[in-house]
Design a protein around this ligand. Sequence first.
Ligand SMILES: Cc1cc2nc3c(=O)[nH]c(=O)nc-3n(C[C@H](O)[C@H](O)[C@H](O)COP(=O)(O)O)c2cc1C
Length: 161
Amino acid sequence: MKTLIFNGSPRKDGDTVSLLNELLKHIKGEYKIIDTYYSNIKPCIDCRYCWEEDGCCQEDEWKEVDTYIRECENIVIASPIYFSELTGQLLSSVSKIQAYWSARFFRKKEIISKPKKGGIILIGGGDGHMSTPIDTATDILYHMNAHNVAPAVCSHDTNNK
Ligand SMILES: Cc1cc2nc3c(=O)[nH]c(=O)nc-3n(C[C@H](O)[C@H](O)[C@H](O)COP(=O)(O)O)c2cc1C
Protein backbone atom coordinates (compact mmCIF):
# COMPACT_ATOMS: atom_id res chain seq x y z
CA MET A 1 0.00 0.00 0.00
CA LYS A 2 1.26 3.49 -0.92
CA THR A 3 0.35 6.82 0.64
CA LEU A 4 1.17 10.22 -0.80
CA ILE A 5 1.29 13.17 1.60
CA PHE A 6 1.35 16.83 0.58
CA ASN A 7 2.80 18.99 3.35
CA GLY A 8 1.88 22.67 3.00
CA SER A 9 3.95 23.95 5.92
CA PRO A 10 7.30 25.77 5.65
CA ARG A 11 8.12 24.96 9.29
CA LYS A 12 10.25 21.83 9.50
CA ASP A 13 9.39 21.23 13.15
CA GLY A 14 6.03 22.94 13.13
CA ASP A 15 2.55 21.86 14.10
CA THR A 16 1.70 20.24 10.75
CA VAL A 17 4.86 18.14 10.87
CA SER A 18 4.15 17.03 14.43
CA LEU A 19 0.67 15.83 13.41
CA LEU A 20 2.15 14.15 10.33
CA ASN A 21 4.64 12.35 12.55
CA GLU A 22 1.72 10.97 14.55
CA LEU A 23 0.06 9.85 11.31
CA LEU A 24 3.23 8.12 10.14
CA LYS A 25 3.19 5.91 13.24
CA HIS A 26 -0.05 4.38 11.94
CA ILE A 27 0.55 4.22 8.19
CA LYS A 28 0.90 0.76 6.69
CA GLY A 29 3.14 0.26 3.68
CA GLU A 30 5.31 2.90 2.04
CA TYR A 31 4.75 6.63 1.87
CA LYS A 32 6.10 9.69 0.10
CA ILE A 33 5.96 13.20 1.55
CA ILE A 34 6.00 16.21 -0.77
CA ASP A 35 7.32 19.20 1.18
CA THR A 36 5.79 21.79 -1.08
CA TYR A 37 7.96 24.66 0.24
CA TYR A 38 11.18 22.77 -0.51
CA SER A 39 10.28 20.88 -3.70
CA ASN A 40 11.07 21.97 -7.20
CA ILE A 41 7.52 22.01 -8.49
CA LYS A 42 6.62 24.91 -10.73
CA PRO A 43 3.04 26.15 -10.73
CA CYS A 44 0.66 25.59 -13.63
CA ILE A 45 0.91 28.61 -15.93
CA ASP A 46 -2.17 27.76 -18.04
CA CYS A 47 0.00 27.28 -21.15
CA ARG A 48 -2.61 24.76 -22.36
CA TYR A 49 -0.09 22.12 -23.43
CA CYS A 50 -2.22 19.60 -21.51
CA TRP A 51 -5.27 20.49 -23.59
CA GLU A 52 -3.63 18.47 -26.38
CA GLU A 53 -0.94 16.28 -24.72
CA ASP A 54 -0.51 14.11 -21.63
CA GLY A 55 1.49 15.56 -18.75
CA CYS A 56 3.04 18.99 -18.27
CA CYS A 57 5.53 20.76 -20.54
CA GLN A 58 7.52 22.08 -17.55
CA GLU A 59 10.37 19.85 -16.38
CA ASP A 60 10.34 19.57 -12.60
CA GLU A 61 9.74 17.17 -9.70
CA TRP A 62 6.05 16.87 -10.53
CA LYS A 63 6.85 13.92 -12.84
CA GLU A 64 7.73 11.77 -9.81
CA VAL A 65 4.69 13.03 -7.92
CA ASP A 66 2.49 12.25 -10.91
CA THR A 67 3.84 8.67 -11.03
CA TYR A 68 3.11 8.25 -7.33
CA ILE A 69 -0.40 9.65 -7.70
CA ARG A 70 -1.14 7.06 -10.39
CA GLU A 71 0.13 4.20 -8.19
CA CYS A 72 -0.93 5.10 -4.66
CA GLU A 73 -3.99 4.04 -2.68
CA ASN A 74 -4.15 7.01 -0.27
CA ILE A 75 -3.54 10.75 -0.56
CA VAL A 76 -3.30 13.11 2.42
CA ILE A 77 -3.32 16.90 2.26
CA ALA A 78 -1.79 18.42 5.40
CA SER A 79 -1.49 22.18 5.70
CA PRO A 80 -1.48 25.12 8.03
CA ILE A 81 -4.24 27.54 7.22
CA TYR A 82 -3.16 30.95 6.02
CA PHE A 83 -5.96 33.51 5.71
CA SER A 84 -8.53 30.72 6.13
CA GLU A 85 -7.13 28.77 3.15
CA LEU A 86 -4.50 26.11 2.38
CA THR A 87 -1.06 27.72 2.08
CA GLY A 88 -0.21 29.34 -1.23
CA GLN A 89 2.76 27.06 -1.77
CA LEU A 90 0.64 23.95 -1.45
CA LEU A 91 -1.91 25.38 -3.88
CA SER A 92 0.89 26.36 -6.26
CA SER A 93 2.33 22.81 -6.30
CA VAL A 94 -0.95 20.98 -6.73
CA SER A 95 -2.09 23.35 -9.49
CA LYS A 96 -0.33 20.80 -11.74
CA ILE A 97 -3.39 18.55 -11.42
CA GLN A 98 -5.02 20.85 -13.95
CA ALA A 99 -3.49 18.42 -16.48
CA TYR A 100 -5.86 15.70 -15.19
CA TRP A 101 -8.85 18.01 -15.57
CA SER A 102 -7.77 19.02 -19.10
CA ALA A 103 -7.37 15.38 -20.17
CA ARG A 104 -10.82 14.52 -18.85
CA PHE A 105 -12.59 17.61 -20.20
CA PHE A 106 -10.91 18.12 -23.59
CA ARG A 107 -9.75 14.62 -24.51
CA LYS A 108 -12.23 12.43 -22.62
CA LYS A 109 -9.29 10.63 -21.00
CA GLU A 110 -9.01 9.55 -17.35
CA ILE A 111 -5.35 9.95 -16.34
CA ILE A 112 -5.78 8.74 -12.76
CA SER A 113 -7.75 5.54 -13.17
CA LYS A 114 -7.08 4.04 -9.74
CA PRO A 115 -9.46 5.32 -7.02
CA LYS A 116 -7.92 6.52 -3.76
CA LYS A 117 -8.90 7.27 -0.22
CA GLY A 118 -8.32 10.84 0.88
CA GLY A 119 -7.36 12.50 4.14
CA ILE A 120 -7.16 16.14 5.26
CA ILE A 121 -5.12 17.55 8.16
CA LEU A 122 -5.43 21.26 8.90
CA ILE A 123 -3.66 23.37 11.48
CA GLY A 124 -4.53 26.92 12.47
CA GLY A 125 -3.67 29.44 15.11
CA GLY A 126 -7.31 30.03 15.95
CA ASP A 127 -8.50 32.80 13.63
CA GLY A 128 -11.19 32.54 10.98
CA HIS A 129 -12.63 29.20 9.96
CA MET A 130 -11.74 25.81 8.48
CA SER A 131 -14.61 25.39 6.01
CA THR A 132 -12.85 26.98 3.02
CA PRO A 133 -9.63 24.92 3.27
CA ILE A 134 -11.68 21.75 3.85
CA ASP A 135 -13.66 22.48 0.66
CA THR A 136 -10.48 23.28 -1.28
CA ALA A 137 -8.65 20.16 -0.10
CA THR A 138 -11.72 18.01 -0.90
CA ASP A 139 -11.82 19.48 -4.41
CA ILE A 140 -8.10 18.84 -4.97
CA LEU A 141 -8.48 15.25 -3.76
CA TYR A 142 -11.48 14.77 -6.05
CA HIS A 143 -9.35 15.75 -9.06
CA MET A 144 -6.83 13.08 -8.05
CA ASN A 145 -9.61 10.46 -7.98
CA ALA A 146 -9.88 10.45 -4.18
CA HIS A 147 -13.65 10.68 -3.77
CA ASN A 148 -13.74 8.73 -0.52
CA VAL A 149 -12.44 11.38 1.91
CA ALA A 150 -12.35 10.86 5.68
CA PRO A 151 -13.58 13.68 7.96
CA ALA A 152 -10.87 16.35 8.23
CA VAL A 153 -8.58 16.30 11.26
CA CYS A 154 -8.28 19.90 12.48
CA SER A 155 -6.25 21.57 15.20
CA HIS A 156 -7.28 25.20 15.39
CA ASP A 157 -5.65 26.56 18.53
CA THR A 158 -1.89 26.74 17.94
CA ASN A 159 -1.68 30.41 18.98
CA ASN A 160 -2.05 29.09 22.54
CA LYS A 161 1.43 27.92 23.46
C1 LIG B 1 0.65 34.24 6.67
C2 LIG B 1 -0.09 33.50 7.77
C3 LIG B 1 -1.48 33.49 7.75
C4 LIG B 1 -2.19 32.82 8.75
N1 LIG B 1 -3.56 32.80 8.71
C5 LIG B 1 -4.24 32.11 9.66
C6 LIG B 1 -5.68 32.04 9.64
O1 LIG B 1 -6.34 32.59 8.77
N2 LIG B 1 -6.30 31.35 10.62
C7 LIG B 1 -5.61 30.73 11.62
O2 LIG B 1 -6.24 30.12 12.48
N3 LIG B 1 -4.25 30.75 11.67
C8 LIG B 1 -3.56 31.43 10.71
N4 LIG B 1 -2.18 31.45 10.74
C9 LIG B 1 -1.48 30.71 11.81
C10 LIG B 1 -0.96 29.35 11.34
O3 LIG B 1 -1.97 28.59 10.74
C11 LIG B 1 -0.41 28.62 12.57
O4 LIG B 1 0.71 29.33 13.07
C12 LIG B 1 -0.05 27.17 12.31
O5 LIG B 1 0.12 26.53 13.54
C13 LIG B 1 1.22 27.01 11.51
O6 LIG B 1 1.41 25.65 11.26
P1 LIG B 1 2.90 25.03 11.07
O7 LIG B 1 3.59 25.18 12.38
O8 LIG B 1 2.67 23.63 10.72
O9 LIG B 1 3.54 25.79 9.95
C14 LIG B 1 -1.48 32.14 9.78
C15 LIG B 1 -0.06 32.18 9.79
C16 LIG B 1 0.62 32.84 8.79
C17 LIG B 1 2.15 32.83 8.82
